[in-house]
Structures are given as C-alpha cells and as structure tokens.
Ligand binder design. Structure first.
Ligand SMILES: *Cc1c(COP(=O)(O)O)cnc(C)c1O
Length: 274
C-alpha cells in the first residue's frame, strides 16, 4: 500500500460545503482557461476536453468536480482505482453518468451519459487486470511488451481498451514514455494488436521554465500524430488524441494542438501527498 493512502480515506464521500465550492471554483476557472486558450489559438470552442487528474483526491472531492462540470477523470495508481471505483460508480449512476464508458458507445435517449475513466500513471503488468474492468483508456503505455500484455488480457475479457502511447518528449530521465524517435514504429505495432484501440499520443511537458522548450515537446508530439494519421495505415486512423497540458502548461499545450488537458492542482488545490 502506498503510504499516503494510510493517511487519507480515499473512499470518503462526504465533504463540507466550503471544500465543494472551492473545487467548483477550480473547475470553472479551468474550463474558462481552456475556452480562452482555444480562442487565442484560433481553435473551435469545445475542441479540447478536460480530464480531472484525481490522484490523492477522495470520492467526495471527485464528485464535487463532476457536479461542477468535469466529464472525464484520470487516476494514476491502480490501488486508488480499486479504493474509489465502487463509490464513484454508484454516485455517478445517481446523476445519470456511466463511469468508465467510452464516449463513442451511445445507445438510446435514456442511456446514461458516458463519463470516461482513464489511467494516466505508470502501469505495472501485474496490475493490468486490476484496472481493465473499469478504465476506458490507458494513457501510459510506452513499450510493446506492456501493450502486448494489455492486448492479451483485454482479449481474454472480450473487450477492447483504448490506449494512448506515452512519449517522453522532454527526455527527462525521471519520466516514463518511449523515446520520441521510436514513437512512430511503436504506435504502428501497438495499433496492430487485438483488444486495443490506439486513440492517440500522450506526453508530460518538460519540467522547465523556458516556454520554448515546453512548446517544442508539444509541437513534436503533434507532428508525430500528424505523420501517423498521414501514413495511410488503417489501424492508425483513430490515432487522433493529443493528451498534453497540465496545470502550469495547459495554454501552451492547447496552442500546440492538445485535445485533452489533464489538470489536478488547478481544480483541487495543491496535493498534500505526491
Ligand atoms: C498529476 C498528473 C497530472 C496533473 O498535474 P497538475 O500539475 O496537478 O495539474 C497530469 N498528468 C499526470 C500523468 C499526472 O500524474
């Protein structure tokens, strides 16, 4: 068990009104920021989707974000998915949302609204089965061996799981992700696997102050995606998403073509635990 999970009951569903309104303010601020960045970049309103990065947040905090307009969430650790998923699923259902349903699967007027659930942190192969029943997309696949294992386990369950290929555009050693020059071949190999739908690429912005450096990584991810789409490989036709941009580099990422921004701190405040 991760140590911080001993300090905080992540299954807790009750938060006070002050905390709920703090989170609602955060969501509204971030949604406004996305709209503003879209407009500045000359992009269509609503093109960029917000994923709330919910690590270290409890069920009550996450539901407050959903009540304020969040429509996609992402967890980093399979253990956290495990602790929260029952409460989240039940509270979402009460509000007419189907947690962990891909946005594509629509069925009728009374069907609940899909609320995609992503895994955005590193995934060890022995934890794949822990998350597969719940997550719509795994954003953090960065090698073929892991992709093959996800593929086999998804096939065994008779499901298809969304995958983003994580690319380490900054080259920072602390980060996971494949090397940028390996991304194209790896994406083609991953897309060819059964049980997997390659939906796009993901990166974490360079941890530096220099905006040009951050921007270069995001631009390179977009160029890689564009080259994959132009390759003519039918298995790559759905590789459209660019998951890039967090609290501090969201506007730059949107300017460089991001389709999903993953935001935690700007919604929920500073994390007490990493
Ligand atoms: C925590 C996390 C985020 C959100 O980071 P903030 O700076 O809190 O917005 C985004 N992506 C990943 C992979 C994360 O682990």
């Amino acid at each position: 068990m991760v140590a911080y999970m001993d300090h905080k009951n992540l299954a807790n569903e009750t938060i006070d009104e002050a905390r709920a309104s703090e989170i609602a303010d955060g969501v509204h601020r971030v949604l406004d920021g996305i709209a503003e960045a879209e407009a500045k970049a000359g992009r269509k309103a609503g093109e960029v989707r917000l994923l709330a990065a919910t690590k270290t947040r409890d069920v009550g905090e996450i539901m407050a974000a959903i009540d304020a307009g969040v429509r996609m969430i992402g967890e980093n650790r399979p253990q956290e998915v495990d602790v929260k998923v029952a409460g989240l699923t039940a509270r979402c259902a009460e509000r007419g949302f189907a947690l962990g349903t891909a946005a594509a699967g629509d069925a009728g007027d009374d069907a609940p609204t899909p609320l995609p659930f992503h895994l955005i942190g590193q995934l060890q192969s022995n934890k794949i089965n822990k998350v597969l029943p719940y997550v719509t997309t795994i954003e953090s696949v960065d090698n073929l061996s892991l992709a093959q294992k996800v593929s086999r386990r998804a096939e065994a369950r008779g499901i298809t799981v969304g995958v983003l290929l994580e690319v380490n555009e900054s080259g920072e050693e602390s980060k996971s992700g494949c090397a940028p020059d390996a991304a194209a071949d790896l994406a083609a190999a991953v897309a060819a696997l059964p049980g997997i739908r390659l939906e796009g690429l993901m990166t974490i912005g360079a941890h530096v102050h220099d905006e040009a450096t951050i921007r270069r990584g995001f631009a390179h991810l977009r160029e890689t995606r564009d080259a994959l789409l132009a390759s003519g490989d039918a298995a790559l036709a759905g590789c459209r998403e660019l998951s890039m941009g967090m609290t501090h580099d969201m506007a730059i990422a949107i300017d460089e073509g991001s389709t999903v921004v993953r935001v935690g701190t700007a919604i929920f405040g500073e994390r007490a635990f990493i």
